[in-house]
Design a protein around this ligand. Structure first.
Ligand code: RIB
Length: 315
C-alpha cells in the first residue's frame, strides 16, 4: 500500500488516567485528603492519536487494552474522537493500563502501571505492517515494550515512512532504532537522561548535537515555559518562544506537541512551521483539564494562530 498524505499512525500506550486534584503533594508517609477524582482516557499513544484526529487528520491507533471496563471506555473514547481503532489488540492476559495522576495547582506527578500495554509484542506489530505502510508519518513513544517500538520503526524504515520518536518516558534506546528515526522529540529531562549533558544555555545545543550524532536527522526539544528548540543535522539551532496562556492542566502537553508536529509534517509542512504549529497546539491543550479532553480542535488552533500572526499580542 502507498502512504496516504495526512495520515498519522500512532503506535503506543493507552491508559485510564485516575486524576486526583489536591492542594499539594502528600509528604512521604503522610495521608491527606484530595479534593476530587476523575477517570479520564489517557496514555501517551491514545492522547497523541486523539489530538491528531481533533486536528482534522486521519489518525490510526495501534496498541493494546485489557478486555475490561477501562479498556472498553478507552476504545469508545478514541472512536468518539474520530480515531480509527479497527486494529487494536484486546487481551485477557493483563488489565488495561492505568496512570495515577496527582494534580496540584503548581504541578503534577504521574505513576503508570502499564498492564496490557506491556503485552504488545513485535509479532503484534508485524501483523499491522500493512497499516503502518499506509502512514505518511509514524508516531511512537516509549510506554510500550522496546521490541514493539523497534518492530514499528523497522517497518516504517522499510517503507520509507518518516518516524517521530517521542522518547517518553526516557529509557535506553538501541542504536539501531535511533538510526531509523527521522525526528526525536525529547523534553528537557529526557534530553538530559539520553545524553547525560546538563542543559545550561550552551549545554542545550551540545546535548542536541550528541543526539543528532546517534542517527536522527532532526532533534526537536520541548522546553516547557521556554518554548521549543530544534536542529537539523548540519544546520543551525532554532528556537521558538512559548505562548503565555492561563495553565489549567499540563498533563498531555507533550502529547499535544508531538501530535501537532506529526500532523504538520504529514501534510508536507517544513520543520519550522511544524514546530510553530506544535507549540500552538500544546499551548491550547494546557488551558483545559484532562489529557485527551483538553486536546484542541483544528479550528481553535487555526483561530489562535491567526490571532497572534495578525496582532503579535498573544506571544
Ligand atoms: O503524557 C501524559 C500521559 O502520560 C497521561 O495521559 C498518562 O496516561 C501517561 O501515559
Amino acid at each position: 500500500m502507498r502512504p496516504e498524505q495526512g495520515k498519522v499512525v500512532v503506535v503506543g500506550s493507552l491508559n485510564m488516567d485516575i486524576v486526583v486534584r489536591s492542594s499539594r503533594f502528600p509528604a512521604s508517609g503522610e495521608t491527606m485528603f484530595g479534593q476530587e477524582v476523575h477517570f479520564i482516557p489517557g496514555g501517551k499513544g491514545g492522547n497523541q492519536a486523539v489530538a491528531c484526529a481533533r486536528l482534522g487528520h486521519k489518525a490510526v491507533m495501534l496498541g493494546a487494552v485489557g478486555d475490561d471496563g477501562f479498556g472498553h471506555s478507552l476504545l469508545e473514547s478514541l472512536k468518539a474522537n474520530g480515531v480509527r481503532t479497527g486494529h487494536m489488540k484486546k487481551t485477557n492476559a493483563a488489565a488495561t493500563g492505568i496512570a495515577s495522576i496527582t494534580l496540584t495547582p503548581a504541578d503534577n506527578t504521574i505513576l503508570v502501571v502499564p498492564g496490557a500495554n506491556e503485552t504488545l509484542t513485535a509479532e503484534d506489530i508485524n501483523a499491522w505492517s500493512s497499516v503502518i505502510s499506509e502512514a505518511s508519518i509514524l508516531l511512537v513513544q516509549l510506554e510500550i515494550p522496546m521490541e514493539a517500538v523497534a518492530a514499528a520503526v523497522d517497518i516504517a524504515d522499510r517503507h520509507g515512512i518518516p518516524v517521530i520518536l517521542n522518547p517518553a518516558p526516557a529509557r535506553n534506546i538501541a542504536a539501531d532504532i535511533l538510526r531509523k528515526v527521522r525526528y526525536i522529540t525529547p523534553n528537557q529531562s529526557e534530553l538530559l537522561e539520553l545524553t547525560g549533558i546538563a542543559l545550561s544555555d550552551e549545554g542545550l545545543e551540545r546535548a542536541i548535537d550528541a543526539l543528532l550524532e546517534r542517527g536522527p536527522e532532526f532533534v526537536v526539544a520541548t522546553l516547557g515555559s521556554k518554548g521549543a528548540a530544534w536542529k537539523q543535522r548540519g544546520g543551525q539551532l532554532q528556537r521558538i518562544d512559548a505562548h503565555r496562556l492561563e495553565v489549567i492542566d499540563t498533563t498531555g502537553a507533550g502529547d499535544a506537541f508531538n501530535a501537532g508536529l506529526a500532523c504538520a509534517l504529514s501534510r508536507g509542512e517544513l520543520i519550522g512551521n511544524g514546530v510553530r504549529f506544535a507549540v500552538a497546539v500544546s499551548a491550547l491543550a494546557v488551558t483545559k483539564f484532562g489529557a485527551q479532553d483538553g486536546m484542541p480542535m483544528k479550528e481553535e488552533v487555526e483561530r489562535f494562530m491567526r490571532s497572534f500572526t495578525h496582532e503579535g499580542a498573544t506571544r
